[in-house]
Design a binder for this molecule. Structure first.
Ligand code: GLC
Length: 544
């Protein structure tokens, strides 16, 4: 068993490796085809062996699951499909005993339309105090036939739904996710209470969903291309909310990571000022194509925007919302963009996997913390989901043109030869187990954990080695990064203690920088000792 955790005041989050669990698809403990907390508890040894510092669970609260649990009816209860609060407490404690901290996902922008507050608002009618917790407005036009404004939804279509008494309510996402009114004291009080509820249960951190969207301009003005400032993204009042949240977190030594999609570096960094959020996701790196200049610029910009506020960077290659890394890197266009996703984009998985391996070592050598999304350590590709099995509202709301996000949410393969690759932990013992909620591709046996665990060349072995070195060797994590002069198309930087990371993004082999020790490479070197294309090496020794 791993050593007990350091004291909670330790700045562990400045260079942690945090593993994102999507509970529905991680492991199924009761054999019904949906992942659950019992399944996760049974598979905790996988995470300990991988060597992660913390786990972030996407929402596990009671929910009709219209948006994969991001439509919450009770933030203090676990969805029965996943288990009970008692299971969650056991899971937090068992992970803790393995040296793994827990981060929960809080969804403050909206609730489920089944949430008691929204149900009460529907019943109470126009002008009621119950409606004031949301954004209800009369329609425009002679008969109120037009929605109150022109805001487009984050998931295509309108942001307004009309209720039988004629009023409309605002939802930036689906109609089943009404937006809360963050100018209402109940909303603020309730969320601080929810934070305390989870911190009291030993949770070490909170991921804040859609963190830059909570506050809306009080007049809800129309949105045109040139509307400035934007009426609902990045409102200044958000900072008061997060300063207040921070005082709660500080009482527990707990930390925040914000989901902040903002192109403006200076505005982004405001969320990370002392007394606000500890960290925020760095999406410029996630969306960046596999190109040396662009990657270097994304790294430099990220470090530059974090430096003035003293916050550590976070590095993410994929999550439950975006195309799996090996698939994206095998395409002609290796960038990620929600707006341009289509069905049947061709990919070269061998090339994509090679690049994903190189990207893994690049990412793990950068200063700051790293997020891994379940299955990334297995090199899982994006799965093609038959259209009749798609569940993601992003697909439906696009009119069926956007493939949606289910392709990266497929249940994990654990055992190559078990039914459904052992996704149901019961199936490995009994040979049975329910059909997974999303279909797994037929050719995933080689991706299974058990097969990869014994293969020295597998993605899993690479991640295990890399995480072990990152934890035991000096120079990784928080601290300075210095670029070194090198060949065009090669990225080489040094870290403290003579650690060097070099990535070959050219199409030909290049010599390694001078070194005394070769710590790890993402693919074997050429017999003459040169670094092949799309390969990363970690070195130690003389400066290049
Ligand atoms: C965040 C989540 C995404 C969800 C959305 C609405 O972007 O990552 O999965 O659909 O918020 O809550």
């Amino acid at each position: 068993m791993a050593a007990p955790q350091p004291p909670r005041t330790d700045a562990w989050w400045r260079d942690a490796v945090i593993y994102q669990v999507y509970p529905r698809s991680f492991a199924d403990g009761d054999g019904d085809g949906t992942g659950d907390l019992a399944g996760i508890r049974a598979r905790l040894p996988h995470l300990a062996e991988l060597g992660v510092d913390a786990v972030w669970f996407t929402p596990w609260y009671t929910s009709p699951m219209i948006d994969g649990g991001y439509d919450v009816t009770d933030y203090r209860a676990i969805d029965p499909a996943f288990g009970t609060l008692d299971d969650a407490e056991k899971l937090i404690a068992e992970a803790h005993a393995l040296g793994i901290r827990t981060i929960v996902d809080i969804v403050p922008n909206h609730v489920s339309d089944q949430h008691p507050w929204f149900q009460a608002a529907l019943t109470a009618g126009p002008g009621s105090p119950e409606r004031a917790r949301f954004h209800f407005r009369p329609g425009r036009g002679e008969h109120g036939q037009d929605p109150p404004n022109t805001w487009p939804s984050q998931f295509s279509g309108t942001t307004w739904t009309r209720v039988p008494d004629g009023e409309y309510y605002l939802h930036l996402f689906t109609p089943q996710q009404p937006d809360l009114n963050w100018n209402h004291p109940d909303v603020r009080r309730e969320h601080e209470d929810i934070l305390r509820f989870w911190f009291d249960r030993g949770v070490a951190g909170v991921r804040i969903d859609s963190a830059a969207l909570l506050v809306k301009h009080p007049d809800l003005p129309d949105l045109h291309e040139d509307t400035d400032p934007h009426p609902y993204i990045d409102q200044d009042e958000l900072h008061d909310i997060y300063r207040s949240w921070r005082t709660v977190a500080d009482q527990y030594g707990a930390v925040f990571v914000g989901e902040v999609w903002l192109p403006d570096a200076e505005r982004f960094a405001r969320y990370l000022r002392p007394g606000e959020l500890h960290t925020a996701f760095n999406f410029s790196f996630l969306t960046c194509p596999w190109e040396p200049e662009r990657l270097r610029a994304a790294i430099d910009d990220t470090l530059a925007e974090h430096a003035p506020v003293g916050a550590p960077a976070t590095w993410v290659l994929c999550n439950h919302d975006v195309t799996r890394t090996v698939t994206r890197y095998g395409r002609t266009d290796t960038a990620f963009d929600f707006a341009t996703k289509t069905f049947d984009t061709p990919t070269d998985l061998q090339l994509g996997t090679r690049r994903a391996r190189a990207a893994a070592l690049l990412t793990l050598a950068l200063p700051g913390s790293v997020y891994l999304y379940q299955g990334e350590e297995l090199g899982l590709p994006e799965a093609d989901i038959p259209r009749e099995r798609i569940q993601d509202p992003m697909h439906f709301r696009s009119g069926g043109t956007d493939p949606g996000r289910d392709g990266c949410r497929v249940p994990l393969p654990w055992h190559a030869d078990a039914p459904h690759y052992g996704f149901s932990t019961t199936s490995t013992q009994t040979g049975t187990g329910g059909e997974p909620w999303l279909p797994q591709p037929d050719d995933w046996a080689d991706y299974a954990v058990d097969r990869q665990a014994t293969d020295p060349h597998s993605m899993l072995t690479l991640y295990r080695r890399a995480l072990h070195l990152r934890r035991t060797e000096p120079g990784f994590g928080d601290g300075p990064l210095t670029w070194q002069p090198t060949h065009p198309g090669v990225l080489t930087f040094t870290r403290p203690h003579g650690l060097t990371c070099t990535v070959n993004l050219t199409d030909h082999p290049v010599p390694l920088p001078p070194h005394t020790h070769l710590l790890l490479t993402s693919n074997p070197l050429h017999p003459d000792g040169t670094l092949p294309p799309d390969t990363t090496a970690w070195l130690r020794g003389r400066r290049p």
